[in-house]
Design a binder for this molecule. Structure first.
Ligand code: SAM
Ligand code: SF4
Length: 571
C-alpha cells in the first residue's frame, strides 16, 4: 500500500493531547506519515472534545469544510475520534455523512484496523463510481457504548486500551527540542464522580487505574529518551489506588484495575502496605526510581480526600513540583451540592490551608502555586452564590484560574433535570467580573516574585520572539516531528506556553509576553520557560546561548513582572 499522510487535529484537554500522541506513534510505526497541511493529507482525523459546546462547535465547522474537499477528492478519509464520537455515536454520521470512521476514546487501540478498512473502502468506492463516492461514507465505528460503565470492581481482562499506552513509541526524535523534553503520562482513565454538568464519566467510561509498574516503566523510557519533565494525568489523580492482591494477569501482563470507592485519609500511617500502591506511593516511586526526571507534576486533583501522605511526599521530594491544580468549580455550598461535587467550601478551604502548611516555602524559592477551575452561571446560581465565588477566588489566590460559562451537555444529569435558568447575559457578566478579579490576583502574585531566584525550565524562544523573527509554525517544527495540531495551535505551542491543555474556555491564563514584539532586532533572543510552580518566565540571552539553554533547567533571578509573566536574568 502506498504511504498515506494524515492530518490530525486535537481539541480540548491534555488527555486528548496524550491520546493523539499515542495514536500518532502507533500509526507512524505502521507506515503512515503526518502533515501539518490539511489540504495535502489523504486522511483527516479530528480528536474531539465535548466538555463544552464551544469545543464541539469547532469540530462541526471543520466537518462542514470537509464536504467540499471530499466531493473533489472521493478517496479522502475523514475520521472523528474522542469524546464527541463516543457521545453521539452513529447519529454523528447521520448528521455528517462526510465522516467515514468514528473511534471513541476507550477504543483507540482499534484505530489502525478501522483506518485500514476505511482507506480500502473509500478507494474501492472511488474506483467504482467516483461521482457517487463523494456522497457516501464508509461508516465504520469503534465505540464503547454502554459497556463503558459495566459493573464490577476489577478491570475486564480485555482492557486492550492499556496496550496503546504500553506501546508508546519514545525516541530521541520526539524529544530533540525543548518542548518535547516534556511529556504526559496517564495514570488513570475515566471518572466515577458524575458531577452533574460533566460528560466525562459517559464519554471516557469508568475510572481505571494503570498498574504502577507500567507507569514507572513508561517514565523510565521517557527519561532514557531525554524527557526531563513529566505530568501525570488523571481526572482525579489523587484517587489513584492499585491493589496487587486484586490484580488480574493476562498473558503475564498485570491488568489495569477499576476504581474502588474508599475513604481517603489524611494520615500517612494508614497506608495499606506493600500490596497497595496509593497515589502518594506512586509519586514517591517515580521520584526515587527515575531521578532523571527533574520535574514531576500532576493534574487534576480532586479537592476531597486529598491525604497528608501526598503532601508529605511532595514536601520531601525536591523534584516534585510545588503546584496543584485543584478546581473548586464554585464558592457556594448550595451550587456545589447541585453540581454533586461531594465537598463543602469549608472542606475546600481546609484542603488549601493544609497544602500551604506543607508546601508553601517562598523563602526557599519554592512557593506553592495553585490554579483552579470555576463554572459561572450553573443553574440556580444567584447573585449571592456568585459573590461567594468571588470571595473564594480572593481567599484561594490562584496563580491562574480557568473560568467557564456553564454549558449544558446532552447526556448529563444537569442537562436532563436542572433547567439552564441563568440568562446568557448574566453568565457573560459574571464571567468578565471573575476574570477581572483573577487578573488582579495574578498580577499581585507575579509582583511578589520580584527579587526571588527560581529554577526555570527553558522551553525555547518565546512566541513573541518567533513572531518577531517571522518564523512560521512549520519553520519551527523540526523535520521528522509529528505534526499534531491542537485546536488550531500546534501541540508544541500548547506544551510550551502555559499548559493550555484545559483551554477552550475564557480562563485567565498567563500567556506570552507582548514585550518582545516591540523590541528592535538585536543579538539577544527572548526565551520562555516555567518555574516548578508553573509561572511563565522570560529571559533575554545572547543568540549563541539560546540553543544550549533550551531544554535545560537554570536558575533565573526575577527582575520584573506583569500580571501575565515574570522577567528575569541569569544570575
Ligand atoms: N476532572 C477535573 C475536575 O474535576 O476538576 C476536570 C475535568 S473537566 C474535563 C475540565 C473543566 O471543564 C472542569 O473543571 C469544569 O470547570 C469544566 N467543565 C466541565 N463541564 C462543563 C460544562 N458543562 N460547562 C462548563 N464548564 C464545564
Ligand atoms: Fe467531570 Fe467531575 Fe469527573 Fe472532573 S470529577 S471529570 S468534573 S465528573
Amino acid at each position: 500500500m502506498p504511504t498515506r499522510s494524515i492530518y490530525l487535529e486535537t481539541f480540548g484537554c491534555q488527555m486528548n493531547e496524550l491520546d493523539s500522541e499515542l495514536v500518532a506513534g502507533q500509526l507512524r510505526s505502521l507506515g503512515y506519515t503526518f502533515t501539518p497541511d490539511q489540504g495535502a493529507a489523504d486522511i483527516v482525523l479530528y480528536n474531539t472534545c465535548s466538555v463544552r459546546e464551544q469545543a464541539e462547535q469547532k469540530v462541526w465547522s471543520r466537518l462542514g469544510e470537509m464536504k467540499k474537499r471530499k466531493a473533489a477528492d472521493p478517496s479522502l478519509v475523514v475520521g472523528v475520534l474522542g469524546c464527541l464520537a463516543e457521545r453521539d455515536g452513529h447519529g454523528l454520521m447521520d448528521r455528517m455523512p462526510v465522516v467515514d470512521l468514528m473511534c471513541g476514546p476507550g477504543e483507540l487501540d482499534k484505530l489502525p484496523a478501522l483506518l485500514d478498512n476505511a482507506v480500502r473502502t473509500r478507494e474501492s468506492l472511488a474506483a467504482d463510481d467516483p461521482k457517487r463516492a463523494g456522497l457516501r461514507s464508509a461508516r465504520l465505528a469503534a465505540l464503547q457504548g454502554n459497556s463503558s460503565r459495566r459493573s464490577g470492581t476489577l478491570a475486564a481482562a480485555e482492557d486492550s486500551l492499556e496496550l496503546l499506552d504500553l506501546s508508546r513509541s519514545v525516541s530521541p526524535v520526539d524529544v530533540h527540542d525543548g518542548a518535547r523534553r516534556s511529556a504526559y503520562v496517564r495514570i488513570t482513565r475515566g471518572c466515577n464522580k458524575f458531577c452533574t454538568y460533566c460528560v466525562v464519566p459517559f464519554t471516557r467510561g469508568a475510572e481505571i487505574h494503570r498498574p504502577p509498574n507500567h507507569v514507572v516503566d513508561e517514565c523510565k523510557r521517557l527519561a532514557d529518551a531525554g524527557v526531563i519533565e513529566i505530568t501525570l494525568l488523571g481526572q482525579t489523580v489523587n484517587h489513584y489506588r492499585f491493589e496487587l492482591d486484586a490484580a488480574l494477569e493476562v498473558d503475564g501482563v498485570v491488568q489495569p484495575q477499576k476504581g474502588r470507592t474508599y475513604k481517603g485519609s489524611h494520615n500517612r500511617d494508614s497506608l495499606a502496605g506493600d500490596r497497595v500502591t496509593t497515589f502518594a506511593d506512586l509519586l514517591y516511586r517515580i521520584h526515587e526510581e527515575v531521578p532523571a526526571i527533574k520535574r514531576l507534576r500532576f493534574v487534576t486533583s480532586y479537592p476531597r480526600d486529598f491525604g497528608d501522605d501526598v503532601l508529605e511526599v511532595m514536601r520531601d521530594s525536591p523534584r516534585i513540583c510545588r503546584y496543584l491544580h485543584a478546581p473548586a468549580q464554585s464558592g457556594s455550598d448550595s451550587v456545589l451540592a447541585r453540581m454533586n461535587r461531594g465537598y463543602s467550601i469549608a472542606e475546600y478551604d481546609e484542603f488549601l490551608d493544609r497544602a500551604r502548611h506543607f508546601l508553601h516555602e517562598p523563602e526557599k524559592g519554592r512557593p506553592l502555586m495553585l490554579s483552579g477551575d470555576i463554572i459561572v452561571g450553573f443553574p440556580g446560581e444567584t447573585d449571592d452564590d456568585f459573590a461567594l465565588t468571588i470571595d473564594l477566588l480572593k481567599r484561594s489566590r490562584y496563580k491562574n484560574c480557568f473560568i467557564f460559562k456553564y454549558s449544558p451537555r446532552p447526556g448529563t444529569v444537569a442537562y436532563d433535570k436542572i433547567p439552564d435558568d441563568v440568562p446568557e447575559q448574566v453568565k457573560r457578566t459574571r464571567n468578565n467580573d471573575l476574570l477581572a478579579v483573577q487578573a488582579e490576583i495574578s498580577d499581585s502574585i507575579s509582583r511578589q516574585q520580584i527579587g526571588r531566584t527560581f529554577d526555570v525550565y527553558i522551553e525555547g524562544p518565546s512566541k513573541a520572539e518567533r513572531k518577531r523573527q517571522g518564523l512560521s509554525k512549520s519553520d519551527i517544527r523540526k523535520a521528522g516531528q509529528v505534526a499534531i495540531t491542537v485546536g488550531g495551535h500546534s501541540l508544541e505551542d500548547d506544551l510550551s506556553f502555559s499548559g493550555k491543555g484545559v483551554s477552550g474556555g475564557t480562563g485567565f491564563q498567563p500567556a506570552d509576553s507582548g514585550r518582545a514584539g516591540l523590541r528592535p532586532a538585536s543579538d539577544t533572543i527572548q526565551l520562555s520557560g516555567r518555574t516548578d510552580g508553573d509561572l511563565i518566565v522570560f529571559i533575554d540571552v545572547p543568540r549563541a546561548q539560546a540553543e544550549i539553554l533550551t531544554g535545560s533547567i537554570v536558575p533565573v533571578r526575577i527582575t520584573d513582572a506583569d500580571r501575565l509573566s515574570l522577567f528575569g536574568e541569569l544570575p
